[in-house]
Design a binder for this molecule. Structure first.
Ligand SMILES: [Zn+2]
Length: 416
């Protein structure tokens, strides 16, 4: 049985595993000591749940419950446990703890699945350390190259390659799929990270599609002149160009409505950063999302064109560096119907909804039947120390996941 006290204790334990940062919240960024401590704890829980553990070259952890027919494709379910700086205790953590509790509950009742079951802990889901998201699932599926591990760097200049080597992992093994077994389905439970479910008083969201980010960096190089001695018409002020680009991002995303797009310049650095010097250079980090690939590409392309035009007009060099371009995921009608049937039978209230945030599930959705379940989070807050979810909702979705996995593990359940 899904055990409330056990889950409560595990959430409390994960909350205590954090490094130090500038403000409140959890600091468990990928491959840091705190992240590794969390991973070790979760591996212990997987072991206690009766799973046999293995890890791949990226550090992703897989706990397997053997099926009565071990040659059948496995049913995978899980999430991540790394956090953004100053993050909350539910993003990712909910999904992995719900998955482990599901396995443990099934083990305790002596359940024997026909298809093998595998709980997956994905590493490095958050982009906050290396600027690119869902790297663990990409690595598993062969969509992360060795070259990228050299290119992705954190703010201290440490490459992903180096961070992995420091953990005894094998970045040189990337580029081909690390997960090679047959897969029947993948399921992930997550907090909504938005306000829709809370607003509508629904317990469960059945995700219909996952918006994926396109990210790029815009480097602007003007000239850093004296702020007093340089008249306005002789300036090449990189901060002014950056300001125009920020507003262009807002306008271009606002222009899309069916389906909508969002664009964010969440990173903006101005140099040299002195009050008496005209900003000679600026770097912007841009993130564009939509559940429709064409809409997303249109916004990103238009914004890049606008950035170049703005630069040309102001005599500023514009260099655009792509960071990532993930494809949005569409969830198959068959999986939606399957999840809806489980939700209906459980008597919980639910609605179908898109996911604005990216998740590990989006990479699986391209390859195998994939489903995601959301629960509400307080005030829609996420990536925030005040991120919070109700234990009642956590129990509801964990029970639902248990039933989803139980049914999916049957040979006569067809999800394709
Ligand atoms: Zn997450």
């Amino acid at each position: 049985m899904i055990d409330r006290a056990r889950l409560e204790a595990q959430f409390a334990h994960m909350k205590a595993i954090s490094g130090f940062g500038e403000g409140p919240g959890i600091y468990r960024m990928a491959f840091t000591d705190a992240d590794w401590q969390g991973r070790t704890y979760l591996m212990r829980l997987m072991w206690e749940a009766g799973l046999s553990l293995r890890e791949d070259a990226f550090g992703n952890v897989i706990g397997r419950m053997e099926g009565t027919d071990p040659t059948l494709p496995a049913v995978l379910f899980g999430s991540h446990a790394d956090s953004v700086p100053g993050g909350g205790n539910f993003d990712g953590v909910l999904g992995i703890l719900a998955a482990i509790e599901t396995a443990r509950s099934l083990t305790e009742e002596g359940f024997r699945p026909e298809h093998p079951l595998e709980v997956v802990l994905f590493l490095c889901e958050e982009s906050s350390r290396f600027g690119a998201a869902t790297l663990g699932s990409r690595a598993m599926l062969g969509a992360l190259t060795v070259e990228e591990t050299h290119r992705y760097r954190d703010k201290d200049g440490v490459s992903l390659y180096k961070a992995m080597m420091a953990r005894g992992l094998a970045p040189d093994a990337l580029g081909k799929p690390l997960y090679t077994g047959p897969v029947k389905a993948f399921f992930e439970v997550h907090i909504e990270q938005g306000k829709v479910l809370e607003h509508e008083g629904k317990e469960i969201g059945i995700v219909t599609g996952i918006a994926a980010p396109t990210r790029f960096r815009v480097r602007l190089t003007g000239s850093a002149d004296h702020s007093g001695a340089t008249p306005m018409e002789l300036r090449h002020d990189a901060a002014c160009a950056a300001a125009e680009i920020v507003l262009a991002a807002e306008l271009l995303a606002q222009a899309e409505s069916a389906p909508p797009a969002v664009a964010t310049v969440g990173m903006l650095q101005i140099s040299p950063g002195a009050m008496n010097v005209i900003p000679g250079s600026a770097v912007l980090g841009v993130d564009v999302r939509s559940i429709d690939a064409a809409v997303k590409t249109r916004v990103a392309k238009r914004l890049q064109t606008r950035a170049r035009d703005i630069g040309a007009r102001r005599g500023i060099d514009v260099d655009i560096e792509p960071i990532s371009d993930e494809r949005p995921a569409v969830i198959s009608p068959k999986v939606l119907d399957f999840l809806e049937a489980v939700a209906k039978d459980s008597g919980c209230s639910y609605r179908r909804m898109p996911s604005g945030a990216g998740h590990d599930a989006m990479h699986w959705a391209e390859r195998v039947p994939t489903g995601m379940l959301f629960i509400p989070c307080k005030d829609g807050l996420s990536h925030n120390p005040d991120e919070s979810a109700k234990m009642e909702d956590i129990l509801t979705v964990t029970r639902l996941l248990e039933e989803v996995v139980r049914r999916a593990s049957r040979r006569d359940t067809h999800l394709e």
